[in-house]
Design a protein around this ligand. Structure first.
Ligand code: 8YV
Length: 332
């Protein structure tokens, strides 16, 4: 009997997805779900040809050198700043991610966070739970208008466009965006979105949503200088990645009311959160849950599994990030 390929699932996923993988491979799982250190990950990957990762696992040249048998790494995420893709390509290791299946769910959450931030939902709930609500008042937790306001989007990929559609069609918002490249006219029309410079975006947005990928170029794309260009009544929403916002500078801007409020789902150095953000009232904080519906998280895990199955069985992954490692005839 020929030996079946061995793979690792680096974090706990849904049992039915593990069962599907076991129809094809010998599968080792991480039953405690504690994120592996780089050394533990390298050790667990010995003899493995594939691995399903999340944003908690870093795949770089050091790991690849320690795991020469590795052929495919499937991220259960659309973002892949935990991968050194050029190093993976150089090592001939395929990288995949999970685009599309989380677009609408993540855009929904972007809007949920925008609404909660602008309308001070968590701040007022904390007030109520603390027993401080003794009388109603006309200006109590009066927040910023959402409908009819100007929605700014930095990073206009699939999720950014989903947020733009919700704003334009659902809330009658005027949508402005900035992106590395401008959308084609049909996509701009579908989102009713107008392309502006980054400076114009910062100045015009009543609500600014960040949906751009993290990279060396986008590190601290929103820092003290950018926050100073925003309206003092504006809200800032980050559902992209920690590190895009300078969290220390944001905490100062929030405390000094240089912007009205922020909604953050991602943080520099998460799961640690900058201590100053925990003490300012005008910020809504959530633990990186923008894609977290049961259906979407299952779809993400299944797509990662399908990538590994399709690649190791037929040589043809579904959503490759570095198709150049595939034979020429399989590069769609
Ligand atoms: C993931 C995300 O849940 O897809 C992404 O890029 O940020 C989230 O949807 C998270 O990264 C876990 O891998």
């Amino acid at each position: 009997m020929t030996q079946r390929p061995s793979i690792l699932v680096a974090r706990a996923i849904f049992p039915e997805v593990v069962a599907r993988l076991r129809e094809h491979f010998d599968v080792e799982t991480n039953d405690t779900d504690a994120p592996f250190t780089p050394a533990q990950l390298a050790e667990r990957l010995q003899g493995k040809v594939g691995v399903l990762t999340t944003g908690s696992e870093r795949v770089d040249a050091g790991l690849l050198a320690a795991c020469p048998q590795l052929r495919v790494v499937a991220n259960i995420a659309v973002g892949y700043n935990n991968f050194d893709v050029p190093a993976m390509t150089a090592a001939g290791v395929l990288a995949t991610n999970t685009p599309d299946v989380l677009t609408e769910t993540t855009a929904d959450f972007g809007f949920a966070l925008l609404m909660a931030t602008a309308r001070r939902v968590t701040e007022s709930e904390h007030f109520l739970r603390a027993g401080l609500w003794t009388k109603w008042a006309l200006d109590m937790f009066a927040g910023a208008e959402v409908h009819g306001s100007t929605l700014g989007i930095l990073g206009m990929g699939r999720i950014g466009q989903g947020i733009a559609r919700r704003g334009a069609h659902g809330f009658g918002m005027k949508v402005v965006y900035h992106n590395r490249s401008r959308l084609d006219a049909a996509s701009e029309a579908a989102c009713q979105a107008r392309y502006v410079s980054k400076a114009e975006l910062l100045q015009q947005a009543d609500h600014l949503v960040l949906v751009l990928p993290y990279s060396a170029e986008s590190h601290h794309a929103i820092g003290a200088t950018e926050l100073a260009q925003m309206k003092p009544t504006a809200t800032l929403i980050n559902i992209a990645r920690g590190g895009i916002v300078d969290d220390a500078a944001l905490a100062v801007a929030l405390r000094e009311r240089r912007i009205a409020a922020a909604g953050l789902d991602v943080f520099e150095g998460e799961p640690k959160v900058h201590p100053d953000l925990l003490t300012v009232p005008n910020v809504v904080l959530t633990p990186h849950i923008a894609s977290a519906t049961i259906a979407t998280r299952k779809a993400m895990a299944n797509l990662a599994a399908d990538n590994v199955i399709a690649f190791l069985n037929q040589g043809q992954p579904l959503t490759p990030l570095n198709p150049e490692v595939l034979p020429k005839e399989l590069r769609a």
